[in-house]
Design a protein around this ligand. Structure first.
Ligand SMILES: Cc1cc2nc3c(=O)[nH]c(=O)nc-3n(C[C@H](O)[C@H](O)[C@H](O)COP(=O)(O)O)c2cc1C
Length: 189
């Protein structure tokens, strides 16, 4: 079951406009709260955004799917209905990015289990996000997770020449992944 959730999760960039309840969004952050963290320092905090107006402002701070040409962004009727912004208290801690990665993965897998699509976003305007959300300077803005009920299901392809994902003529996203045999070494390199 967990294995299937891990396999089926894809980055989703087209969403239904049905809202995700605050209760579910809090449940997702709860999985990040209990994620492993280096020295159990628990330096991460989270801002849940589900207000329509704030979501609209946040949308403007995000760089979507840079591999797609011509430039593509979600249409108004397919934009995320919620976001989780990840904040870090102390970025001098050399393991903080691992903490973020682990917390993020918990959130996106828990979302997948509830059939909620997510997209991890690092191509973001952090200063603008700080402004919009009144984030104090004692926290660094790390990344954003866009969320919503899925309105697309990307397809995994065997990676041939390029790592670049693409949309076909029907708008379906294809995501190349390396083959298992190409990344596993058994007993020796
Ligand atoms: C650290 C990180 C940053 C990412 N930043 C962005 C981003 O800014 N914009 C975007 O559209 N996708 C972003 N993604 C999503 C990746 O493009 C996506 O994970 C990759 O194409 C593989 O597809 P998959 O998630 O469906 O397996 C990011 C993913 C990760 C892990």
């Amino acid at each position: 079951m967990m294995y299937n959730i891990m396999l089926s999760r894809r980055s989703i960039r087209r969403f239904q406009q049905k809202p995700i309840s605050l209760k579910i969004l809090k449940k997702l952050v709860n999985t990040a709260r209990l994620a492993p963290s280096a020295a159990n320092l628990q330096q991460l905090e989270y801002i849940i955004i589900h207000d329509k107006i704030v979501c609209a402002h946040l949308f403007e701070t995000i760089g979507w799917a840079t591999y797609l040409t011509p430039k593509w962004i979600p249409k108004p009727e397919e934009r995320p209905t919620a976001y989780i912004v990840i904040l870090v208290k102390d970025i001098t801690n050399k393991y903080y990015q691992r903490d973020v990665g682990l917390a993020t993965e918990n959130i996106v897998l828990a979302a997948e289990a509830d059939d909620i699509g997510t997209c991890i976003l690092c191509n973001i305007n952090k200063e603008k996000i700080r402004e919009i959300l009144y984030i104090p300077t004692t926290f660094a803005v790390d990344s954003v997770i866009a969320l919503g009920y899925k309105a697309e299901q990307p397809i995994v392809e065997e990676l041939k020449e390029s790592v670049k994902y693409w949309r076909d003529n029907n708008g379906v996203l294809h995501v190349p992944k390396r083959k298992l045999d190409d990344i596993i070494h058994v007993n020796t390199f």
